[in-house]
Ligand binder design. Structure first.
Ligand code: NDP
Length: 222
């Protein structure tokens, strides 16, 4: 059973990786920068198709039972409408939070298909945000909200297309988490969020594919 987590060098991704390894699971962490010390790391910049293809080539033939698309950026954190909001913020937000998810899934589909063929089920978990929901529009964070909404939409459509192949897709809000992105005043620690998310991922199957849930299992409005 191989689990692969993008953006695993810090934050929620790192807590997920440590949590899985703590249970003895075979978990691969990816990072775009210098790889942390130790085995089980792979390079991946999710915005770079060549990087995704190179990862897939290195992992050729290795079934992946759970792919966790966690890497993300909040490029407009603190920006206000009056601040100018440069177009680069939109480009970066979509490159990482949306295209990055798609490129990773696309590159690793053969690995997911191999796991689904062998075990009858493989899983893709997309870490979006409650800020993706169309039911919440408190204003601000335009690029982040729009990109996370697009990631939710992407996940729902992948769930439709991959259902027949035994690959389930879930979309998740990890909670407001004490990471560089969430800030030190956030509500929960990364290991708490990660433990909840791991339980949710384990419950993801063909009955729940396409779900949008919080880390504690509460269904979220789309
Ligand atoms: P952090 O900012 O702590 O970590 C983000 C991770 O994503 C880092 O490992 C970073 O790598 C990686 N990353 C960014 N861009 C790329 C890229 N191009 N290729 C590969 N990796 C990349 O964030 P969190 O851990 O808090 O967030 C994880 C996920 O959870 C994100 O998708 C985020 O949007 C989501 N989320 C977080 C919330 C929170 O309260 N923290 C709330 C709701 C959603 P590097 O170190 O190289 O920058």
């Amino acid at each position: 059973m191989t689990i692969l987590i993008t953006g695993a060098n810090r934050g929620i991704g790192r807590a997920l990786l440590d949590g899985y390894r703590g249970t003895g699971a075979d978990a691969i962490g990816t990072a775009r920068g210098a790889l942390p010390e130790g085995a089980g790391w792979q390079a991946l910049d999710v915005t770079d198709p060549a990087s995704a293809r190179a990862l897939a080539a290195r992992l050729a033939g290795q079934p992946i039972t759970t792919l966790i698309c966690n890497a993300g950026v909040y490029a407009d954190k603190g920006q206000r409408l009056e601040d100018g909001y440069p177009a680069e913020i939109w480009a970066e937000s979509f490159a990482v939070n949306v295209t990055g998810v798609f490129l990773t899934v696309q590159a690793l589909l053969p690995n997911l298909r191999a796991a689904a063929a062998a075990k009858g089920l493989a899983r893709i978990a997309i870490i979006s945000s409650q800020m993706a929901s169309h039911t919440r529009a408190p204003g601000g964070s335009y690029a982040y909200r729009a990109s996370k909404a697009a990631a939710l939409n992407l996940g729902r459509n992948l769930a439709t297309d991959l259902r027949a192949e035994g690959i389930a897709v879930g979309i998740y809000h990890p909670g407001w988490v004490q990471t560089e992105m969430g800030g030190s005043g956030a509500e929960i620690a990364p290991d708490v969020a990660a433990a909840g998310l791991r339980t949710r991922f384990a419950a993801l199957d063909m009955a729940t594919t396409g779900c949008f849930e919080t880390w504690d299992g509460t269904p979220h409005a789309y």
